[in-house]
Design a binder for this molecule. Structure first.
Ligand code: SF4
Length: 78
């Protein structure tokens, strides 16, 4: 389930949003301090406190009804 604030028009915008909005907020929440926390945007860092080493993209599913995406008509999370 996601909030409508996580919807973007393009794949590139989604990655940009992840790195410039979600990553720094999640870093603060988890107690990490990569550069985006203080700078306010991603600098593609190599910090040991980097919080976005893994990017997972699901583009589909072979098994019918195995995955559902629920979109809340409100802002949820980062
Ligand atoms: S690469 Fe570094 S600066 Fe960019 S979002 Fe990830 S943790 Fe933040």
């Amino acid at each position: 389930m996601i909030g409508k604030n996580k919807i973007t028009k393009t794949h590139d915008e989604a990655i940009k949003r992840t790195r410039n909005i979600a990553a720094p907020l999640n870093a603060v929440r988890a107690g990490y301090n990569p550069p985006c926390v203080s700078i306010g945007h991603c600098v593609d860092c190599t910090s040991l406190e980097r919080v976005c080493f893994t990017l997972a993209i699901t583009e589909g599913q072979y098994v019918k009804d195995r995955l559902f995406l629920l979109i809340a008509n409100e802002e949820e999370g980062f």
